[in-house]
Design a protein around this ligand. Sequence first.
Ligand code: PBG
Length: 320
Amino acid sequence: MIRPRRLRNGERIRELVSETLIEKNKLIMPHFVAEGKTKREEIPSMPGIERVCRENLLRDIEKDLNAGIKSIILFGIPEKKDDEGTGAYSENGIIQTSLRALKRRFPELFVITDVCLCEYTSHGHCGVVKDGRILNDPSVELITRTALSHARSGADMVAPSDMMDLRVSSIRAALDSDGLQDTSIMSYSAKYSSAFYGPFREAAGSVPQFGDRKTYQMDPRNSREALKEVFIDIEEGADIVMVKPALSYLDIICRVKDSIEIPLCAYNVSGEYSMVKLMSLKGIADERMLVREIITSIFRAGADMIISYHTGDIYRNGWF
Ligand code: PBG
């Protein structure tokens, strides 16, 4: 008689037969760094996550490192926004100055930077806008300048999240001709147009002022298109590709994983984080158990690494 429950009877045997190994070093912690007057500000829709100034970022990173967190992704919030998102690629922008300070203080830290214009543009779109349209090639030019300035300021990896066509090859060429062959590219390849980005847009003040992002971010109904985006980015020179968000897209993670030979990152996004936080604060479910199940499911689907706002809690509370 075959009885599957024999292998679930006790903790020891469950450990021995478990198929998914969770490795904390594969988690990446996001940080929001703000220019200007903000010193430290909780993001109302993301309990536990803050916007901080550069000095406080350095303090927080020191705590992260002491807790064991060695990989981060940085998002910048400029003081002023304009139509061309100048703050994104300015030599003394908030990300550029933060990178130089971080790399000086914590050379062992692995720093990824989100490369996009939406936090820096007055219209909130991820590119250059003309007559109500988001222009691809002029946007790629500015995205490339942004990536290059991050790399020159010390980013270990740049992560374009704009979803314009041809940006990966443009960034790769710019980095290579600047002697930055060792700076890697993680491409937000299959980035879906998602309601789960709501809290992030509050955090970064990047709500589009007109229209939506559907002409560049992917349609949630599509899955073969995710493979197409991923293959294009690999051809263009991406070192790592990403699927985002994670939870409603576990099928995409699984499908992409089975089809590629380079590492795959999944982004457990802001709205996914907020759902967990709000449920736990309301006493509807146990936060630790939710987080463990969610992180496990994303790894089980095939992610090699995960960007998650839960990373801080996981390390500080010893949840894995
Ligand atoms: C910038 C960017 C966004 C996110 C990461 N980079 C927002 C967006 O596309 O609107 C979302 C991250 C999250 O929700 O946690 N383009």
